[in-house]
Design a protein around this ligand. Structure first.
Ligand SMILES: Nc1ncnc2c1ncn2[C@@H]1O[C@H](COP(=O)(O)OP(=O)(O)OP(=O)(O)O)[C@@H](O)[C@H]1O
Ligand SMILES: [Mg+2]
Length: 466
């Protein structure tokens, strides 16, 4: 093995022994040596030391044991080996419990010393490999990160940071696409539970029977079709987080079963009678108004208070417009890398256009637009015109539809719809023209006065005037 880039510090006040060790080590490692406590700390402060070999008896008041404790405290990664002329088993055991890697008697057996070092380095390498593999996994499962630059989002992230290691349930609410799942993942992957599983279950997408067996598992023969034992999500998530998505859509029976497991931290599989204990932190999410559901008698009040100890409410994107520029940048860089493109920026007009949109599909919709435009764009700068061809226009199709029952004639209906569209079209052109009203009026082929009247009529936000 090549150790030439590793550094060893030898501390022994008997010069003869120190030189012997030094000469032997010199052939393989970078070597520093001293006979004194203070000098040893100075060397360790100045150079990166991988391995320290310390004699227990030193000149002066401080011993090699004091030095060992100080070094481990300051440099927990350092491999420290102690040597002594007069050892006993009790001391050896006690020191190794405190983190010494070996305890050798003089005269030092060089082969054993090298063997210990090789073993420690191997373990360290494995640990590092493990760490980097874990980071890879986290990157794979959490590739989009969690963008939070604006005041509102920073407040939410800070709140999440404060409670992410507390054993209390968190309920995340917000419209579709606002990032409820991504926030749950942020909590998991930055919490003390990050090395344990993050398990997701969507409570709305499946029938009650299936949901119960997904959550708790089932025994063989529990019901027709249960040909094997199934491990439930609660058990799979042991030690980690279980993310119950769309909790507002659970049936009454499922709510009762969930309440029981939250209260007792234990459950039985469907068709089984053995009690299984788990340590699972439950995160829930919903885009429904749970409080309203409680008032309507559709959601159990006791469960509501159990899961809702802390509520993190994600605002819709239209209420955190200051985030949009950061999100554009974030997704631009992700898709640039994914498609090996070199889109360097979005023009000011393109950015303004994106900021001015109402984003009914929230961040998911913005992300899709950037994905498409980065993939298709052929210039290094994305222009407002490039966006016009993208699915951005899709959002105009998803405008809230008027309540047709309110109208008495076709003409009234058509007027109501076109008013909505007129407002959207004006907003769009204003943003495209960088909020220059003359240019927008020209593009729309109306005079400035007409445009101004309409801006006032529809109460359009003029974000920026030039
Ligand atoms: N703050 C954020 N930073 C980076 N990406 C985000 C952020 N918020 C949302 N996203 C991205 O937007 C998309 C939608 O987010 P997510 O699935 O978490 O939304 P949701 O609130 O769970 O939506 P739904 O209610 O429809 O399930 C995801 O691809 C996610 O990566
Ligand atoms: Mg979701």
């Amino acid at each position: 093995m090549d150790y030439s880039n590793l550094s060893v510090l030898i501390v022994d006040d008997e010069e003869g022994i120190r030189h012997g060790l030094k000469n032997w080590f010199k052939k393989r490692f970078n070597v520093f040596d001293t006979g004194e406590y203070e000098e040893a700390l100075k060397i360790a402060g100045k150079w990166h030391i991988d391995i320290a070999v310390l004699d227990i008896r030193l000149k002066g008041e401080k011993t090699g044991i004091n030095l060992f404790r100080e070094l481990i405290k300051q440099y927990p990664e350092m491999i420290v080996i102690l040597v002594t002329g007069y050892g006993n088993v009790e001391d050896a055991v006690a020191l190794m419990k405190q983190g010494a890697k070996d305890y050798l008697l003089k005269p030092v057996d060089h082969e054993r010393l090298l063997g210990t070092i090789a073993k420690c380095l191997e373990i360290k390498n494995l640990q590092e490999e493990n760490k980097s593999l874990k980071n890879e996994l986290i990157k794979r499962d959490f590739p989009y990160g969690f963008v939070a630059h604006g005041r509102l989002m920073k407040f939410i992230r800070d709140k999440a940071d404060k409670i992410k290691n507390e054993p209390i349930p968190i309920c995340i609410t917000g419209e579709s696409g606002t990032g409820k799942e991504v926030l749950a993942k942020y909590i998991h992957y930055t919490s003390e539970r990050r090395d344990k599983p993050f398990v997701v279950i969507n409570c709305a997408a499946i029938s009650e029977t299936l949901l119960l067996s997904e959550l708790f598992g089932h025994e063989k023969g529990a019901f027709t079709g249960a040909n094997n034992v199934k491990i439930g999500k609660f058990q799979l998530a042991d030690g980690g987080h279980l993310f119950l998505d769309e909790i507002g859509d659970m049936t009454q029976a499922s709510q009762a079963a969930l309440l029981r497991v939250l209260e007792s931290k234990s459950f039985e599989r469907v068709g089984g009678n053995k009690t299984i204990h788990v340590d699972v932190r439950v995160l829930t999410a919903t885009n429904r108004d749970l409080k309203q559901k409680v008032e309507n008698g559709e959601f159990r009040e006791d469960l509501y208070y159990r899961i809702n100890v802390v509520n993190l409410q994600l605002p819709p994107l239209r209420e955190r417009k200051e985030e949009i520029v950061h999100l554009i940048e974030h997704f631009r860089s992700i898709y640039n890398e994914r498609y090996r493109k070199e889109i360097l920026s979005f023009s000011e007009r393109a950015t303004n256009l994106l900021v001015s949109c109402t984003w009914p599909g929230n961040i998911r919709q913005l992300k899709n637009v950037i994905n498409e435009v980065v993939l298709l764009s052929e210039h290094s700068e994305v222009k407002a015109e490039d966006l016009e061809f993208s699915s951005l226009f899709g959002q105009h199709k998803t405008l809230p539809r008027p309540d047709f029952s309110k109208f008495t004639s076709l003409q009234e209906m058509v007027e109501a719809v076109s008013v909505e569209y007129e407002k959207k079209v004006i907003e769009h052109f204003l943003a495209r023209e960088n909020f220059n009203r003359s240019k927008a009026a020209k593009a729309l082929k109306v005079d400035r006065k007409t445009l101004w009247r309409k801006i006032q009529k529809y109460n359009i936000d003029i974000v920026k005037e030039t």
